[in-house]
Design a protein around this ligand. Structure first.
Ligand SMILES: [Ca+2]
Ligand SMILES: [Ca+2]
Ligand SMILES: [Zn+2]
Ligand SMILES: [Zn+2]
Length: 400
């Protein structure tokens, strides 16, 4: 029965109650709250208001709200966000996972032909995010029995968790197991021409055995982030948790040093060594050249900086004066002291003084003795010292 945990849902939203004209908003909200806590926070106390407050605090804490136990506007707003139908309560000792590496899935086509055509493509991309960081392989097997059956259902579909029309619960999934285990159900009353990708990655995470995460940056966060600028991807939390279940990707073949096509993402001095960064899949390679060794050593960056350094770095440099190493990716940078992430990082590169049109840096070159750093962005160059605002080098070096 445990693979069905948390899936016995179908939250009733106040808007969908047909008798709403006869009861007050307060009562509706109260009912909504009760149902929400019952479904997502395992609250089986229907009367005990003391217990309900505790559950509510638990929920508020989960979503990073002040745990007042009161039904504030902010709390209600969070509860009304579109979300996943599974519970947010972690059931200790319930870890389930697939015992094999090759997992098949199948999209069951009932109606919804317009969605089906895009869904296949979207699902392939969603599975790929999970197979990029694990030894798992996903196969689409439309003609045969599959481990993971994917359905689009409307309303009650006989698994004890009826869907609720547009909004509210968007989808739910079952933990790995036989029969309905691993299956994923999408609410067919939603507008799936948008957002299917983010919801699919999340639900596939459940189908692989992941629970919800309270980290708002995680794909396993129970409420969906549909900000138009949001690019769904796995967070470190997600990667760490899935690798806990299935292990890491087998170390990729080490590229040979003489490979003429070998290129690096970034290069930096670090103490006595020169480090070359190269990203392969999510594992980060780092070549280390120590003056006392002739041979280069290759190691995984995660062996030095667990979980903190992002993949596909743009630039890295060490500031020996301040004894920190800075990592750049996209419009953010990470500062590590003694191989630990400094508080308040990652930060936007605009805090270094870059104008807002600069979205990332291509390379960084730190001059130890002179105590400044050059940044390269496109065909521009920037000179930076810690205590002086950044300025364009074109005043120093004429554009060619
Ligand atoms: Ca719904
Ligand atoms: Ca199944
Ligand atoms: Zn979920
Ligand atoms: Zn279902």
């Amino acid at each position: 029965m445990r693979q069905t945990r948390g899936a016995r849902l179908g939250v009733i939203k106040p808007e969908t109650l047909t008798f709403k004209m006869f009861i007050s908003t307060d009562l509706l909200e109260e009912y909504f709250l009760q149902e929400y806590l019952r479904h997502f926070y395992d609250d089986d106390s229907t009367t005990g208001s003391c217990d309900k407050k505790t559950k509510m605090r638990e929920m508020q804490q989960y979503f990073g709200l002040p745990p007042s136990g009161e039904l504030t506007k902010e709390t209600l707003a969070v509860m009304k966000k579109p979300r996943c139908g599974l519970s947010d309560v972690e059931h200790v000792g319930e870890t389930v996972r697939w015992k094999k590496k090759r997992i098949s899935y199948r999209l069951e086509i009932i109606r919804l032909t317009s969605v089906v055509s895009i869904a296949q493509k979207v699902f392939r991309r969603a599975w790929k995010l999970w197979s990029n960081v694990t030894p798992l392989k996903f196969r689409n097997r439309n003609m045969e029995v599959a481990d993971i059956d994917i359905f689009f259902y409307s309303g009650d579909h006989n698994d004890g968790s009826p869907f609720d029309g547009r909004g509210g619960v968007l989808a739910h999934a079952f933990m790995p197991g036989l029969h309905i285990g691993g299956d994923v159900h999408f609410d067919s009353d939603e507008d799936w021409s948008i957002n299917l990708f983010a919801v699919a990655i999340h639900e596939f995470g459940h189908a692989l055995g992941l629970s919800h995460s309270s980290d708002p940056g995680a794909i396993m966060y129970p409420a969906y982030n549909f900000d138009p600028n949001y690019e769904p991807q796995l967070s470190f939390d997600d990667v760490k948790n899935i690798q806990k279940l299935y292990g890491e990707l087998p170390p990729p073949k080490t590229p040979t040093k003489c490979d003429p096509y070998l290129s690096f993402d970034a290069v930096t001095d670090l103490q006595q060594e020169v480090l070359f960064f190269k990203d392969r899949h999510v594992n980060l390679f780092m070549w280390r050249k120590h003056p006392e060794f002739d041979e280069m050593r290759v190691s995984l960056i995660s062996s030095l900086w667990p979980e903190t350094v992002p993949a596909n770095l743009d630039a890295v440099y060490e500031n020996t004066w301040e004894n920190v190493v800075l990592f750049f990716k996209g419009n953010q940078y990470w500062m590590l002291r003694q191989l630990k992430l400094e508080e308040g990082f990652p930060r936007s590169i605009s805090t270094l003084g870059f104008p807002s049109r600069i979205k990332s840096v291509d390379a960084a070159l730190h001059f130890r003795d002179e105590g400044y750093t050059l940044f390269f962005t496109g065909d521009e160059c920037w000179r930076y010292t810690t205590y002086v605002q950044i300025y364009s080098c074109h005043s120093l070096y004429p554009r060619k």
